[in-house]
Design a protein around this ligand. Structure first.
Ligand code: ZN
Length: 213
């Protein structure tokens, strides 16, 4: 329970950064600057937290793992994942969850280029346009700047949250091209539910905005 709360607390910094980037409560310049500081600072806390608890929690569901004797003899719970230039020894609570986590990681490694484009291009547009706005020369109206980010990112993460199921078999060597700690904080399964729910909300809100304008 303690780990679940800690993980959820650390995860909350991600919506905090999005709030700063999208709502810009301190004005465009200061909000973006603070968001960037929180984003990079978050990694310094969340990555070591994952390293400390990787052996205690299922990477897929986030469940706290039973002590060693409870684990079936014929199942190795370890999941070795290369990420950010080093190997991480993660854990799963069951063969089924090991398989799902491995297939998901295989999917994001195979399609890392389109996934990265679907997240980082709208992010760069959002940040650049906000900085121009801070300088008094907006590139595009801020409502459409926010719209392009939310719509493209929502589409990307909703597709990812479902399409990983199309991978029939995981690769031998697993890699995470994106920060693994962000997936570990809630467990991959719960993170994908956040993607689906927030993604659906952003897509519907985006469609309504498009129809109203
Ligand atoms: Zn599990």
């Amino acid at each position: 329970m303690r780990l679940t709360i800690q993980g959820a607390f650390l995860f909350l910094f991600i919506p905090l950064v999005l709030f700063l980037y999208l709502r810009q409560p301190l004005g465009p310049g200061l909000s973006i600057a603070l968001g960037v500081v929180v984003m990079f600072g978050h990694r310094l806390v969340a990555a070591p937290w994952m390293a400390r608890h990787a052996a205690e929690r299922c990477l897929w569901c986030g469940r706290h793992l039973q002590p060693e004797p409870m684990v079936a003899q014929d199942f190795s719970p370890a999941i070795h994942v290369m990420s950010a230039g080093r190997e991480h020894r993660m854990t799963a609570c069951s063969p089924g969850h090991r398989d799902l986590a491995a297939r998901f990681l295989t999917f994001i490694a195979r399609y890392r280029a389109p996934i990265a484009i679907g997240i980082f291009v709208p992010l760069v547009v959002l940040l650049l346009s906000s900085l121009f706005l801070a300088a008094g020369r907006p590139l595009l109206p801020q409502t459409w700047n926010v719209w392009q980010f939310r719509t493209i990112v929502a589409f990307t993460v909703v597709v990812v949250s479902m399409a990983y199921r199309t991978v029939p078999r995981a690769d031998e060597q697993l890699r995470s091209p994106f920060p693994l700690h962000n997936l570990f904080l809630l467990g991959i399964r719960n993170t994908l539910w956040v993607f689906r729910l927030v993604g659906a909300w952003w897509l519907v809100a985006g469609a309504i905005q498009l129809l109203r304008e």
